[in-house]
Design a protein around this ligand. Structure first.
Ligand SMILES: NC(=O)c1ccc[n+]([C@@H]2O[C@H](COP(=O)([O-])OP(=O)(O)OC[C@H]3O[C@@H](n4cnc5c(N)ncnc54)[C@H](O)[C@@H]3O)[C@@H](O)[C@H]2O)c1
Length: 358
């Protein structure tokens, strides 16, 4: 018998996820590694498809995620491999995280960014089209898909898409692509896009991201230079959007009318400046120095970004659980504990238990 899905339930439902076959792209990345551990905790059967981890260290490796799931290392631009993998996995739920996810890297490698993000998503949708087992799909894009005139407005799902830098443009293009597939080929399944803001949490070692840069600088006794202290972003702990994606997927399973684009983000008061976040992080970490207003290299990045999340709160009953102060505290506690030798997987599982019990 199928598990009952409670509408407006604001936690992922283990009765729903237990035994579900879940295809997760991007499982070797920061959000993907956390998602793999979360899905395993909920009892799902997890199959990952991604490139090898590209940070040193990587959460995928230090949390030994490969021991928990079936991990397949390959390129999403390779449609032949992707199709073979999809056929062998026979997933019921697909969560698409794989992407070149960094704005600054997208200036250095626009072609790699566009092909991984757009062609990769196209290949995935085509593979899904030929896979009868799939019932629910969540494609992760970003809050940067909106045409941003820096007017401090709060973006709603029907606002104009756009994208100044290649990363944002590639993700906005994915939104249009998914919408087309939803209308033309995949109207019989639940296919949604999820636009979330910047996430923080233990175990991110990406380059040119705020908290990883801070931890690297403070651990090596260097001064952290902040290039855009006034930039405002909606910040959340990584478990907030991850649980929200799962709640969306479990609701769409029984109601495909929910298939559309959604914003996911924190309370309005948690869209704050880079300076405020770094000051919270410094206090929580207990050491480190910062210099604000450092190097500017002329690359455009959005200055103001606010998301309107009324739709997910009305339709899915979602309310943020950990506010910004709590998210920063959990994140810095993770790095502090890891720095003195605690086990990465145990630290993630501890945060997952705390979040699910919140
Ligand atoms: N981290 C954030 O703050 C944030 C905010 C909004 C949206 N997102 C989105 O969430 C998703 C995950 O982000 P993340 O922070 O974990 O990024 P990440 O860089 O840590 O991980 C990216 C993952 O995608 C995989 N990947 C990249 N190119 C690939 C390719 N050609 N073929 C196969 N796999 C490929 C990588 O191997 C890795 O597993 C991305 O789609 C990103 O755009 C992230």
């Amino acid at each position: 018998m199928e598990a009952m899905v409670t509408k407006n339930s604001s936690q992922p439902d283990p009765d729903f996820w237990r035994g579900k076959r879940v295809a997760l792209t991007g499982h070797t990345g920061f959000k993907g590694a956390w998602m793999a551990l979360l899905l395993k905790r909920l009892g799902a059967l997890v199959y990952g498809y991604a490139l090898a981890p590209n940070t040193q260290p990587s959460l995928f490796e230090v949390a030994k995620v490969a021991q928990e799931i079936a991990s397949h290392v390959d390129d999403i631009r390779d449609d032949y491999s992707l199709n073979r993998w999809m056929t062998s996995v026979q997933p019921e739920v697909v969560l698409h995280f794989a992407a070149q996810a960094l704005v600054r890297e997208s200036y250095r490698d626009p072609v790699g960014t566009m092909t991984s993000n757009f062609v990769g998503t196209l290949n995935l949708l085509e593979a899904i089209r030929h896979q009868a087992s799939v019932k629910t799909v969540v494609v992760v894009t970003t809050d940067k898909v909106y045409r941003n005139d820096e007017s401090a407005k709060s973006f709603q799902e029907d606002d104009h898409l756009g994208g100044h830098d290649p990363y944002s443009a590639s993700k906005a293009a994915c939104e249009i692509l998914v919408d087309s597939y939803r209308k033309c080929f995949l109207s019989h399944i639940g296919l949604a896009t999820a636009r979330a803001g910047n996430v923080i949490g233990g175990g991110d070692w990406s380059k040119e991201r705020l908290i990883p840069d801070a931890v690297r600088a403070w651990e090596s006794g260097q001064v952290l230079e902040i290039r855009s202290p006034a930039a405002v972003r909606p910040w959340q702990h990584v478990l907030e959007p991850l649980c929200a994606y799962l709640i969306l997927a479990q609701n769409m399973w029984s109601d495909i009318d929910l298939a559309r684009a959604y914003n996911f983000g924190p309370a309005v008061t948690d869209a704050v400046s880079v300076k405020q976040v770094i000051e919270l992080a410094q206090t929580a970490y207990g050491k480190g120095t910062v210099q604000f207003g450092g190097e500017q290299n002329g690359l455009h990045e959005a200055g103001l970004l606010h998301l309107n999340t009324q739709l997910v709160s009305e339709v899915l009953g979602l309310v943020p659980r950990w506010n910004l102060a709590c998210a920063v505290e959990k994140t810095m506690a993770w790095y502090r504990a890891y720095g003195v030798g605690e086990d990465a997987r145990s630290l993630c599982l501890r945060d997952i238990e705390a979040y699910l019990g919140a």
